[in-house]
Design a protein. Structure first.
Length: 489
RNA sequence: GGCCCCGUCGUCUAGCGGCCUAGGACUCUGGCUUCUCAAGUCAGCUACGAGGGUUCGAAUCCCUUCGGGGCUACCA
């Protein structure tokens, strides 16, 4: 059918921000972006806000912000502009009105005076009769008299597209040759009673006017494709100019239900707060329905744009797996340089009020970061892990108390204190050597027992970054003070 | 109900007629390493939804069936 030859690729991401962008939206955006970048084409970003009751400015701004944060840069759209704007559908209402009236003139569309109640009655009857519910064509060919009558009754019409008999076929890049019989595609509404356009009208008009060549979107829109194609026809678009469709498989929740915005963890904002890297999110999402092959999984954004092809996109739905995302995030964090890690870590420490951000604090954080880099899977874990370095004194966790108050622990602490007080060169190597000699060799204690007590005394927890390095960072005075304090617990 | 899409380990996937007694990753289990927790490393568990064909040969092609999902709005 239609081809891309000779056409420069233009892909669009056109969400309807009725809430925070969720992982399903972003997976679509990511594939759109990757396809545009891979082909050297244009990535267009458009906001579909025709449903004014559900879309808010706040959500629109959040969507823009999320895309930017993820590194999905667009060539045309909000903030960057372009030759085919505006890119907010609410600013293009006159365009849709123009086309709607043109369709009426051409008899491709007609005014429908049926009330919602009447339509519902028809549908119920159809369902009862085991037929496909849908518009019955009541107003398709009204006489002038009938129209006058409806008008005097005060009825407000909608604009409805006339679906001719026949079939719509198109080649979906992911699903192959598709065919829809119009028997199952009833005449659909283009313009509401209040004059505002519906998705079906706006999306098709914009894709044509904005010269979109490829539409990669969720498979929930698959069955609405014939309606869009019908609008292309009415607009007089040549067959070879039709956008090419590719319907992406769903991203499902773990419970096998479709991911919804109601669950907190589907919102990208949530992942951002938790401390996931944008690149980890994109890498993981890329693997949902696509794979680079050759047993490869770890890809950067650049590699994704180089490797991505629609041919390698699956047609079957994928379940979202948090564990896998976490594993990838952990890998990406471990691959960070210390300076990069520091840049990401600082806001989390400041936000949780562990530090205020003084130069001294930052120096200490930077020294501590290598100790925890391989111990976290997300940045939000950092404050709890480094807190002991920035507090005056530690509070021993309840479940660790028993281990530090028993007699052998006291003995360990006393000996350690004595040993460490003499130390002049406070390095982790010296600390370790001295304590091993005294506690492990002389006392014959198992290392995990001996160092366990010290760990609790100095960090307040059974679990901490490596002990001797931690003590070095804490400093001699503070370390000794904490051990002394633990002695009198 | 009607129309449509989908079906390989628990999960994401590789596979596109012989390379498959099905490979990788995550998870899980066990070992090693080890000052805790991690990380690292080694090993293990576990899959072609089912039934018919086609073929010398099928996870790969065809049919049926079962299962999951979407659409069926003056939502997108």
């Amino acid at each position: 059918m239609s081809t891309t030859e000779g056409r420069k690729v233009k892909v669009r991401f056109a969400p309807s921000p009725t809430g925070d962008l969720h992982v399903g939206n972003i997976r679509t955006a990511l594939f759109d972006w990757a396809y545009a970048r891979h082909t050297g084409g244009t990535f267009l970003f458009r906001i579909e806000d025709t449903d004014t009751t559900r879309v808010t400015d706040e959500y629109i701004n959040a969507a823009i912000d999320t895309l930017k944060w993820l590194g999905l840069d667009w060539d045309e759209g909000p903030e960057v502009g372009g030759d085919n704007g505006p890119y907010l559908q609410s600013m293009r209402l006159d365009i849709y009105a123009h086309w709607a009236s043109k369709f009426i003139e051409q008899k491709d569309a007609y005014y429908c005076y049926c009330s919602p109640e009447e339509l519902e009655t028809v549908r119920e009857a159809q369902r009862a009769a085991n037929q496909a519910p849908g518009y019955n064509g009541h107003c398709r060919d009204l006489t002038l008299d009938q129209i006058e009558e409806y008008k005097t009754e005060g009825r407000i019409p909608v604009v409805r597209m006339r679906m001719p008999d026949g079939k719509t076929t198109f080649n979906d890049l992911i699903r192959g040759e598709m065919e829809f019989d119009h028997k199952f595609v009833p005449d659909f509404v283009l313009v509401r009673g209040d004059g505002s356009p519906l998705y079906t009208l706006a999306v098709a008009v914009d894709d044509v006017l904005m010269k979109v060549t490829h539409i990669l979107r969720g498979e929930d829109l698959l069955s609405s494709t014939p309606r869009q194609i019908r609008v292309y026809q009415a607009m007089g678009v040549a067959l070879e100019e039709y956008p090419i469709f590719a319907h992406l498989p769903f991203v499902m929740g773990a419970d096998n239900a479709k991911l919804s915005k109601r669950n907190g963890e589907v919102s990208i904002a949530w992942y951002r707060d938790k401390g996931f890297l944008p690149e980890a999110i994109c890498n993981y999402l890329a693997l949902l329905g696509w794979s680079p092959g050759e047993d490869r999984e770890n890809v950067t954004m650049k590699e994704l744009s180089e490797l991505f092809t629609v041919e390698r996109v699956n047609s079957s739905p994928a379940r979202f797996d948090m564990k896998k995302l976490e594993a990838i995030n952990g890998d990406k964090i471990r691959a960070l340089t210390i300076d990069e890690f520091l840049t990401w870590a600082l806001p989390f420490l400041i936000k949780s009020k562990i530090i205020t951000g003084t130069p001294e604090e930052i120096v200490l954080v930077k020294r501590a970061l290598p100790l925890i880099q391989e111990r976290i899977i997300m940045f939000s874990e950092i404050p709890a892990m480094l807190k002991f370095l920035f507090v005056k004194e530690v509070t021993v966790e309840a479940d660790s108390m028993a281990q530090i108050t028993d007699l052998s622990a006291k003995d360990v602490l006393r000996r350690s204190l004595k040993e460490l007080e003499l130390m002049s060169d406070w390095t982790h190597a010296n600390i370790e050597a001295a304590l091993r000699a005294s506690l492990v060799e002389e006392l014959g204690l198992k290392p995990r027992i001996a160092f366990g007590a010290l760990r609790i005394a100095t960090t307040g927890s059974k679990i901490s970054p490596p002990l001797f390095e931690s003590m070095e960072l804490l400093g001699k005075a503070a370390s000794l003070a904490r051990i002394s304090a633990a002695l009198i617990l």
